[in-house]
Design a protein around this ligand. Structure first.
Ligand code: ADP
Ligand code: MG
Length: 371
């Protein structure tokens, strides 16, 4: 099968070359010939050319722009430079544009069709590998998205499984009681009351979880920041992590909340971040381990510091610490550190990770600027 006709843009100040080249290429290409670089740029902007043939003199003056113009319509368009004396005339700026071929004048016109066809083949190969690369990238990102989605779905399913089980078993319990004819005794009445309470608590937990996921997906930040003491944040956070610490007999050593410094902050967001940091520390330490919460102040910033005497981070954990959905826990979400980092970034602060001064355990320093 014959090749489809190529489109060649010939830009050459030498009248003779301009005159003799088009007929030589007639059987394989349609040639647009001009001696005017500005006209060539205009033509290139509106027509597709696979090959640009350009004299070195014009090439070194406006060649780079011309190559760009030609490649806006055909990204893999090839360039052939016609040199007056030798190929060292071609400027580095032009070589950097990936010149496909050069010919030194006077050249045998008979070689031109074969050289042009070879450039067309180079272009086809580039187009093919660009296409393959694009397909590969699409496949990789699709695989990655599916992997993340899979992790997210598994995580969400896991996190709502416990409260769902509570709701289901309470439903069965209530159904059993309802199926019994006769009066409700005081025992049944108490069971019903407990069931209602547990069901509400479980449903509330699921709702809060889903709200958090949605807020994370939306990147919400509608709470207003105001300057006040961090005392409430500290008190609330300690209260929220107490059950987690007690379950493992972990000691949480905290500075006195009423001494906490003032700084501009969004209390709900900072509380959520601090709860995540404390929970991670509690998770990391062995039973009866230690977690510390303290703060550092300077004229221009306030830092909340959470430390633990757990194992600290492996190289991989450190590298992937802030990666969404990265978790080493069976029931982890991998979103805690994302919340921490996002929250402090939104406050124009930052989060710093280091090993505790004693050499073991993690020290997480969450910095808020004093504006
Ligand atoms: N204080 C810590 N000590 C050791 N590893 C930690 C600590 N905090 C976080 N990590 C590591 O970072 C991972 C991500 O934490 P996070 O985003 O909160 O997700 P999750 O707690 O659900 O695993 C954890 O699974 C753990 O491997
Ligand atoms: Mg966590």
């Amino acid at each position: 099968m014959a090749d489809p006709l190529l489109h060649v843009l010939l830009v050459e100040s030498d009248k003779e070359v301009l005159h003799v080249v088009p007929p030589v290429l007639r059987s394989i290409a349609s040639v647009r010939a001009t001696a005017d670089a500005a006209e060539a740029a205009r033509v290139a902007a509106h027509n597709r050319f696979e090959i640009l043939v350009i004299s070195s003199a014009i090439a070194n003056a406006t060649g780079v722009e011309l190559v760009h113009a030609v490649r806006t319509t055909q990204p893999c368009a090839q360039v052939l430079v016609l040199c007056d004396q030798d190929t060292s005339e071609v400027s580095p700026a032009l070589i950097a544009q990936e010149i496909g071929d050069t010919l030194v004048k006077p050249f045998d016109l008979g070689v031109l069709p074969a050289r042009i066809q070879r450039l067309a083949e180079v272009m086809r190969q580039q187009l093919e590998s660009a296409d393959q690369m694009q397909k590969l990238m699409a496949r990789i990102s699709h695989t990655e998205i599916m992997a993340r989605l899979g992790t997210l779905v598994a995580t969400v399913a896991h996190d709502i499984a416990n409260p769902l089980t509570t709701i289901l078993s309470n439903g069965n319990l209530v159904a059993d009681i309802a199926a019994n004819d006769g009066d409700l005794g005081p025992d049944n009445r108490e069971t019903l009351r407990d069931s209602a309470r547990d069901t509400t608590a479980a449903a509330t937990a699921i709702k809060a979880y889903v709200d958090r996921l949605v807020a994370y997906a939306r990147g919400d930040r509608d709470e207003l920041a105001f300057s006040s003491s961090l005392a409430d944040v500290v008190r609330t956070s300690l209260l929220l992590v107490r059950p987690r610490a007690q379950a493992k007999s972990v000691m949480v050593h905290a500075e006195r909340a009423e001494l906490a410094p003032r700084v501009s902050h969004r209390p709900v967001a900072i509380t959520e971040a601090l709860v995540n940091a404390l929970s991670n520390a509690i998770d990391a330490v062995p039973p009866r381990g230690n977690v510390w919460l303290r703060w550092e102040t300077s004229p221009d910033q306030v830092a909340l510091v959470v430390e633990d005497d757990g194992p600290g981070l492996t190289a991989e954990q450190r590298q992937r610490f802030f990666e969404p959905f990265y978790t080493t826990k069976v029931a982890g979400t991998g979103l805690g550190t994302v919340v921490i980092q996002r929250t402090f970034k939104e406050h124009d602060g930052q989060v710093e990770l280091k090993t505790r001064d004693t050499g073991t355990g993690l020290s997480l320093r969450m910095v808020l600027p004093r504006k």
